[in-house]
Design a protein around this ligand. Structure first.
Ligand SMILES: CC(C)(COP(=O)(O)OP(=O)(O)OC[C@H]1O[C@@H](n2cnc3c(N)ncnc32)[C@H](O)[C@@H]1OP(=O)(O)O)[C@@H](O)C(=O)NCCC(=O)NCCS
Length: 149
């Protein structure tokens, strides 16, 4: 049985292990203070999926206000991963369903995600849940090298 909840103190190590699956060459400094801040935020959710007391999946979703559509917001998802041995069991779908219910509650009119072109499982999951490119092109600019400190 999978249990979806927000991350809490003590989850750092298991979340970091999952992030490493996204890109083994990258370091993922998962900070206790950041997990606390996310847990306290009413707009940002670092979700984890737990099975038998072990964290086996994670997804971050952020609710972003904008000025274009009255009091409506939009949502963005990032860092979606399920442990290799637990894939195909519905855990990713459960994380997504939870995120979707959070953004709906926060009056989001749109939910967005970027996937790498070879992330076929993620694309299939999102398409199954109504996502489409809709003429959009996703662009990113990494700024890590420009940050001070
Ligand atoms: C994407 C990912 C999180 C999906 O998690 P999961 O728990 O395996 O997914 P689920 O079992 O909940 O599958 C839900 C739906 O996704 C689709 N799906 C999942 N895995 C799939 C695969 N290997 N091939 C095709 N479709 C797949 C199916 O539509 C499935 O529904 P179905 O079982 O009714 O057919 C997981 O594959 C993963 O961690 N991938 C590596 C990291 C990654 O690419 N992250 C995405 C970054 S945006």
């Amino acid at each position: 049985m999978v249990h979806i909840r927000e991350a809490k103190d003590g989850d750092e190590g298991q979340i970091k292990e999952l992030y490493t699956l996204l890109s083994p060459k990258d370091d993922y400094p998962v900070l206790t203070g950041r997990i606390q801040a996310l847990a306290e935020s009413e707009r940002d959710y670092l979700l984890v999926a737990e099975v038998d007391g072990r964290i086996v999946g994670t997804l971050t979703v952020n609710v972003c206000p904008n000025g274009a559509f009255g009091d409506l917001n939009y949502g963005v998802m990032e860092n979606f991963v399920v442990s290799s041995e637990k894939r195909g069991l519905g855990i990713g779908q459960s994380l997504y369903d939870y995120a979707y219910s959070m953004v709906k509650e926060k009056r989001c009119s749109k939910l967005m995600v970027l996937t790498l072109s070879d992330s076929k499982a993620a694309q299939a999951l999102f398409q199954k849940n109504g996502f489409e490119a809709d003429g959009s092109v996703g662009l990113k600019r990494y700024m890590t090298d420009e940050l001070e400190g």
